[in-house]
Design a protein around this ligand. Structure first.
Ligand code: GLP
Length: 245
């Protein structure tokens, strides 16, 4: 890395100059995707700057999604995200969508349990006064890339113990004969704010897709009311249109 001469006068704040050098190395491929960044102390030594300066430059690049920090193992150059083509006409689960592409998924749990419902949840799920709501909040990750934040609310009738969901919600519902067969999905554009930006590893203000799904059993009962926030740079929702009456 061309870190000499960073200290030359007149080039703006030091951390920004360091950031520029690192960014240039990533964009040119000298630092490859998945490569580990040298330790903070070594970078500070090479560049002859303080560790605080290194941390600021690295924080900046993490915030902008060029670097990722992995707890316990260090900082790495982020892998480029290839866009996912998602058909809009099939009622599938996230796990199935990713499996079809050969990608393993995992989730970081944001919330999982029974809670007192909000008035909106009571209304959407038709909950009687005094009943609790089952909530499943997850950061959904494929190939180490955080793709979406999903918060699902269900009647406890379908999910009396939310902690049994360890990977796929739909797979769990299937075992209870409560897998939805129909859903209404609404997609709208948004700008990602904190704390979601941090979770999704995108800059504050980045484009996002906010998705609401209400899904039903064949009987017409609502099973799930889910609000999701997808990264705008990872998803193309594709629908087939036919000429109808
Ligand atoms: C999609 C939907 C969610 C649904 C989820 C279930 O991502 N947007 O409304 O809850 O799939 O996925 P899984 O079965 O992988 O938990």
């Amino acid at each position: 890395l061309p870190l000499e001469g960073l200290q030359a006068p007149g080039g703006g704040p030091l951390y920004l100059r360091l950031r520029q050098v690192l960014e240039e190395a990533i964009r040119s491929g000298r630092l490859g995707h998945g490569d580990a960044l040298p330790a903070e102390r070594d970078l500070a030594d090479y560049a002859d700057v303080s560790r605080v300066t290194v941390r600021k430059a690295v924080d900046d690049l993490v915030r902008d999604g060029l670097l990722v920090r992995r707890q316990g193992s260090g900082t790495f150059v982020a892998k480029p995200v290839s866009r996912v083509q998602q058909p809009l006409s099939r009622l599938t689960s996230f796990t199935e969508d990713m499996a079809r592409r050969g990608l393993d998924t995992r989730s970081e749990w944001l919330e999982r349990g029974l809670f007192h419902p909000s008035p909106e949840e009571m209304m959407m799920l038709g909950l009687a006064a005094g009943t609790l709501v089952a909530r499943i909040g997850r950061l959904r990750i494929a190939k180490d890339i955080p793709l979406a934040i999903e918060r699902a609310s269900l009647s406890p009738e379908f999910l009396p113990d939310p902690t049994v969901v360890t990977s796929s919600l739909y797979a769990e519902l299937e075992t209870k004969n409560a897998r939805p067969v129909r859903a209404i999905q609404r997609i709208s554009a948004c700008n990602v704010k904190e704390p979601e930006a941090g979770l999704l590893a995108v800059p504050v203000g980045a484009a996002g897709l906010s998705i609401e799904r209400i899904s039903y059993l064949a009987s017409g009962r609502v099973v799930e009311f889910t609000r999701s926030l997808y990264r705008g740079d990872t998803y193309d929702f594709v629908a087939e249109l036919t000429l109808g009456e």
